[in-house]
Design a protein around this ligand. Structure first.
Ligand SMILES: *[C@@H]1O[C@H](CO)[C@@H](O)[C@H](O)[C@H]1NC(C)=O
Ligand SMILES: *[C@@H]1O[C@H](CO)[C@@H](O)[C@H](O)[C@H]1NC(C)=O
Ligand SMILES: *[C@@H]1O[C@H](CO)[C@@H](O)[C@H](O)[C@H]1NC(C)=O
Ligand SMILES: *[C@@H]1O[C@H](CO)[C@@H](O)[C@H](O)[C@H]1NC(C)=O
Length: 608
């Protein structure tokens, strides 16, 4: 790209003027335009699409450089009034870098268009087929600024806008999409990889090569691969609306639209609404694990039941999942149980009504009687929905497994590992006064005795701090900010040290730590937790294929925020099995019961 900027000087005033530049020269080969802020004249291009607030034009004088987009957005609510797709126009305007939020990338556009001239009409307009007329999107790395890992710390060490790297569209996903900014593209044979968001925007991948594809068709993130080959389909340019009903694995008709950056993501604005051509068949999967109703084959489930209150509309559906998908496991870890008054902030912290309502609903469906165990938190000290006082709880089938004696703790009591090992409070919370748990959920520890077992086994039901406050994988901050990661590192340290004490007392002890860790197995806090606790990731121990390790769908990725980590004596047992039941990930928005999927495992806890 050569600069054609000239400075015209008169007697007293100097006027920057860039005459008859090409669109490639405006875009340049980086993120920020080299002509940002300058007025340009005589920009010529073919009108490839119209939107409510402007038009997109493609250069009639393309260069041969894949790093410089040949298209640009001409921003003006009136400029399109007398223009038609297929017109070749000439336009003057001001090169502008726009973003609605400081966390987003900038979009290069031509603002304040003037002197619009139609040079010819009725020219053919063809979209670039992604992967055919362009290189395919990179499948692993997002940006040269991520140091190879979007979860490297510290997030936000730099920003794309300040570094403004030269685009490498065959290596980095964001560079690829940026190199097509403003272009009209076609996605062939798109697969839906996430439920539509509240604005009906929907993530897809096309027919290009991808990594991390799971058996259901969406993309699962893994260590150092968070799937930059995916793209979100935004609001249609013709004013139609994308469906709300799309679900993971649906195939849609080919999508043609404009590449842009909006709401924190590169996106394609389709010419018209998405249309499903082959709907995914997603029969609700259920557990095939068989309990032996004693210590030889104990089933243990885990489910974040999303702000469950006694009057929650989703309570009967949670009960139905526990019965039909999880097959009423012998012991169930649940998270996000609200107090008896739900989100009403009235000092109530007991969840007896909530838990009674849940076990009654399960009983009605299955004739299975669950007992429950939990510790009420101190009001408004554990984060979550204000007044809801969410906490973890255990449901258990007392004919198979019971608390191994001890006195239940109160919200402020710290349970301790005593010789034996035994717990001083059972169930009890782990170091509730630690700063690691400020405005977060304290782990709920318990010691259990399964029918026929010679000794106790131990559980920790966890719900660590969420990723709130982070930035998107497409955002300006590089690497992206992994919200509250420092908090989760502290939580890993406290939880890990507690478990290490149990295993120091008895290296053969059975320990299961499960719940919503709000973190991925390959990211710092979980690595630290495994190292300190001596527990292993059950996904690893049970040999779950990497692409099938997911309990959650977020943006372009299916991912695992929920885990079971187990002590070596349990992990190595021949009977150990593990299943993730995608009752929510595969559902349409209307059928989603909780934002997380449940999981269930089978363990022998007789000897450990
Ligand atoms: C469109 O054309 C009409 C009729 O010639 C004219 O009055 C109007 O100003 C034009 N609008 C724009 C935005 O150029
Ligand atoms: C990145 O951008 C954000 C938002 O504009 C700003 O607050 C922050 O200081 C920038 N960081 C660096 C390292 O430049
Ligand atoms: C909740 O139930 C437990 C066990 O039945 C009981 O000890 C406790 O007092 C109850 N709490 C409230 C607030 O009713
Ligand atoms: C329900 O379970 C109880 C004991 O757990 C049993 O006595 C009863 O027959 C069962 N009822 C049905 C309908 O299966």
């Amino acid at each position: 790209m050569k600069s054609t900027t000239r400075i015209l000087c008169w007697a007293i005033a100097c006027l920057p003027l860039a005459a008859a530049v090409t669109i490639a020269e405006i875009n340049g080969n980086k993120y920020i335009s080299p002509l940002s802020g300058q007025t340009v004249t005589g920009v010529t291009g073919l009108l490839i699409a119209k939107g409510p607030s402007g038009v997109w034009i493609r250069s009639t004088r393309p260069d041969n450089d894949p790093t410089t987009s040949e298209a640009i957005y001409v921003f003006s609510t009136t400029v399109g009034a007398n223009l038609t797709v297929g017109d070749i126009i000439s336009v003057d305007g001001k090169v502008t870098e726009y973003r609605a939020n400081a966390a987003y990338q900038y979009l290069t556009e031509l603002g304040s268009p003037k002197n619009v001239k139609v040079l010819s009409k009725g020219n053919p307009v063809a979209a670039l087929v992604i992967g055919k007329d362009t290189t395919p999107p990179p499948t692993v790395q997002y940006s040269s600024l991520d140091g190879g890992d979007v979860y490297a710390t510290p997030g936000g060490a730099t920003n794309t806008s300040s570094e403004n790297p030269v685009l490498k569209p065959t290596e980095y996903g964001l560079d690829f999409w940026e190199s097509l900014s403003g272009e009209l593209v076609t996605v062939k044979k798109p697969t839906v990889i996430g439920r539509p968001n509240n604005y009906r925007d929907t993530w897809v991948v096309g027919d290009w090569a991808v990594t991390g594809r799971n058996a259901h068709g969406s993309l699962t993130m893994s260590d150092r691969d968070s799937n930059p080959e995916a793209i979100i389909i935004g609001a249609p340019l013709d004013g139609t609306k994308n469906p709300t009903t799309s679900k993971l694995g649906d195939i849609t008709e080919d999508i043609t639209g404009i590449v842009t950056h909006a709401f924190g993501f590169y996106a394609i604005l389709p010419l018209t609404a998405l249309k499903t051509s082959v709907a995914s068949t997603s029969a609700a999967p259920s557990s095939t694990l068989q309990s032996t109703a004693d210590c030889r084959g104990l089933t243990i489930g885990d489910y974040n039941v999303e702000n469950l209150a006694p009057t929650s509309a989703h309570l009967p559906k949670v009960a139905a999942h526990i019965v039909s998908a999880l097959k009423t496991p012998d012991l169930l870890f649940i998270q996000e149980v609200q107090d008896d008054s739900g989100p009403t902030d009235n000092g109530v912290v007991s969840a007896n009504l909530t838990l009674t309502a849940l076990v009654s609903a399960i009983k009605a469906l299955s004739n299975v009687t669950y007992a429950f165990a939990s510790v009420d938190p101190v009001a408004n000290q554990d984060g979550g929905q204000p007044g809801g006082n969410i906490r973890q709880a255990y449901l258990y089938r007392a004919e198979v497994v019971e608390l191994d004696g001890g006195v239940p703790g109160k919200g402020g009591d710290a349970t301790l590992v005593l010789p034996g090992p035994k717990l001083s409070f059972n169930p009890g919370r782990v170091e509730p006064a630690s700063e690691a748990w400020a405005a977060s959920r304290k782990p709920l520890a318990a010691a259990w005795r399964a029918k026929g077992a010679k000794r106790a086994f131990f559980t920790l039901n966890v719900h660590w701090s969420s990723k709130g406050g982070g930035t998107t994988l497409h955002g300006d901050a590089r690497p992206p900010v992994n919200g509250a990661v420092g908090k989760r590192v502290q939580q890993a340290e406290v939880t890990g040290a507690f478990i290490a004490e149990i295993l120091k007392e008895d290296p053969a002890a059975g320990v299961v730590a499960a719940g919503d860790f709000n973190e991925f197995a390959f990211v710092g806090p979980m690595r630290k937790f495994s190292e300190l606790s001596g527990l292993v990731d059950l996904d690893e121990a049970a040999g779950i294929p990497v692409a099938e390790r997911y309990t959650y769908t977020y943006d372009m990725n299916t991912q695992a925020l929920d885990h079971m980590y187990v002590s070596p004596s349990i992990a190595n047992s021949k009977t150990t099995k593990y299943q993730h039941l995608h009752v929510n990930s595969w559902a349409s928005n209307a059928d989603v019961v909780s934002d997380h999927d449940p999981s269930v495992a089978l363990f022998n806890v007789c000897g450990c």
